[in-house]
Design a protein around this ligand. Structure first.
Ligand code: PLP
Length: 370
C-alpha cells in the first residue's frame, strides 16, 4: 500500500528526493471544495486590507530594517532575526546555517519539509518519535539519548502536528539538557506557538537553539509567505549568507503587506480563542457520543484522535467524500497513525457545527461497517 508519511535516511538528490506525499494527497482533495472542511491546520481569518499604494515598488530606504517587526514581537535585536519567505524556507536556511556536517535527528510525526529537507541539503537523518498518550505525547528518553549522542542537529515541532499538544514540561527540560550535553543544535518549528500564550520560544534556551515561525498558521496569512528564524548572531550571519546565495532578497510586496497588518496581529489570536470556545464543546460532545476518547490540546486550532479499527484515509476517501467531508488522516504524518484523524476547528461556528454533524455520521457509518 502506498505510504504518505515523511521518510528519513541518507542524503538525497535528483530522483531520490522524497516527495511531500501529504501535499500530493491533500491538494487535489482541497480543490474538490468539499462543503464540510475540517482539514485546515491554520486559522481561516477574513483579512480585508486597504489598497497599498505602490505595493510592488522597492521598499528599502535609509533607516529601514525589514527585521524590525519580528525583533519587536520577540524583544530581540535585529541581528538575532532573519526573515524568509515562509517557515518552510526558514527550515532550509536554518539547517544550512546551523549544521556542522553531522547527522540530523528528525522528530516524527512530522510536517514533511521539517524532517526531510536536511536530506536534500546533503545530510543523513535519523528518526526520533513522540508517542501517543491521552494528553501531551511523550518521548522515549532511551531512544532519544541514543540518537542525540550521534547527531549535531535536532529538528522538532513542539506543538506537534497532527495532535496539537506540546512537550510535557519535563520532556522539554530533558531535551534541552541532553542537547547541551551532546553539543546538539535545535531547530524548533514553532509555527503553531502563537496560539499558546505561555509558550517560551526555544531560542531563549541557549545559543544552540533556533526558533522558526511565520504568519501562516495563527495569523491566517499563508499566501503572504512571510516567515522568520531567531538565533544567535553567529548563526543568523550564516543564515544571511545562505539566504543571499539561495534566495536573494525578501520581496518588497511581502514586506509592505506585513507592515500593513502589523498592528492587527492580535485579532487572529483573539478569534482563535472565540472559535475554541464555540467549536470545541461541539466536537467533544460528538466524540463522546461515538465513544471516542479525546482531550483537546489547551491551545491551537487542531487536534487528532484515534478511531479504533478504522483506516481513516479509506474513510475520508469513501464515506467522507460521499458526505462532502474533508479531514486529514494520521497516516500523512507517520507510520502507525492509520487510525488517527486530524480535525481543525478554525472555521466559523455555523460551518463548524454543520461539519461536526457530518463528521459524526461518517465515523459512525465507518464503525458500523467494520
Ligand atoms: C509544522 C509546520 N511548519 C511549517 C508549515 C508551513 O509554514 P509556512 O507556510 O510558513 O511555510 C506547516 C504547514 O502545514 C507546518 O505544519
Amino acid at each position: 500500500m502506498e505510504e504518505f508519511h515523511p521518510t528519513a535516511g541518507k542524503p538525497a538528490k535528483g530522483s531520490d528526493i522524497p516527495p511531500v506525499s501529504y501535499l500530493k494527497w491533500y491538494i487535489p482533495r482541497l480543490k474538490e471544495m468539499r462543503p464540510h472542511n475540517l482539514s485546515f491546520s491554520g486559522l481561516q481569518f477574513p483579512w480585508e486590507l486597504e489598497t497599498i499604494e505602490g505595493i510592488w515598488k522597492e521598499h528599502r530606504g535609509p533607516g529601514v530594517d525589514d527585521r524590525e517587526m519580528v525583533s519587536e514581537i520577540y524583544g530581540v535585536e535585529p541581528e538575532n532575526v532573519h526573515l524568509c519567505h515562509g517557515a518552510t524556507q526558514a527550515i532550509n536556511i536554518a539547517i544550512a546555517a546551523a549544521s556542522r556536517g553531522g547527522k540530523v535527528a528528525v522528530e516524527m510525526p512530522s510536517y514533511g519539509p521539517l524532517s526531510q529537507s536536511a536530506r536534500i541539503l546533503g545530510l543523513e537523518t535519523i528518526v526520533v518519535r513522540r508517542k501517543p498518550t491521552n494528553t501531551a505525547w511523550i518521548i522515549d528518553r532511551e531512544e532519544w539519548e541514543e540518537v542525540l549522542s550521534k547527531v549535531d542537529l535536532l529538528m522538532i515541532c513542539p506543538q506537534l502536528n497532527p495532535v496539537g499538544w506540546s512537550y510535557t514540561k519535563e520532556d522539554r527540560a530533558w531535551i534541552i539538557d541532553k542537547c547541551k550535553k551532546y553539543d546538539v543544535r535545535i531547530i524548533s518549528d514553532e509555527v503553531y506557538s502563537g496560539a499558546d500564550k505561555d509558550w517560551i520560544p526555544m531560542f531563549r534556551e541557549g545559543e544552540n537553539c533556533i526558533s522558526i515561525s511565520s504568519l501562516t498558521k495563527i495569523h491566517g496569512l499563508g499566501q503572504l509567505r512571510y516567515g522568520w528564524m531567531i538565533a544567535s548572531k553567529e548563526i543568523i550571519a550564516n543564515a544571511e549568507n545562505t539566504f543571499h546565495n539561495m534566495a536573494g532578497i525578501m520581496s518588497s510586496p511581502v514586506i509592505r503587506i506585513a507592515n500593513q497588518v502589523k498592528d492587527r496581529l492580535n485579532e487572529p489570536v483573539e478569534l482563535i480563542e472565540h472559535y475554541r470556545k464555540m467549536n470545541l464543546p461541539l466536537l467533544q460532545e460528538s466524540l463522546d457520543r461515538l465513544g471516542i476518547e479525546w482531550t483537546p490540546p489547551p491551545y491551537g486550532v487542531f487536534g487528532a484522535f484515534k478511531i479504533p479499527g478504522i483506516n481513516t484515509m479509506e474513510m475520508i476517501d469513501t464515506i467522507g467524500k460521499e458526505h462532502g467531508l474533508l479531514a486529514v488522516p494520521g497516516s500523512m504524518f507517520d507510520s502507525g497513525l492509520e487510525e488517527w484523524l486530524r480535525v481543525g476547528w478554525s472555521i466559523d461556528p455555523d460551518s463548524f457545527s454543520e461539519a461536526v454533524v457530518v463528521l459524526e455520521q461518517v465515523i459512525s457509518q465507518a464503525m458500523n461497517i467494520t
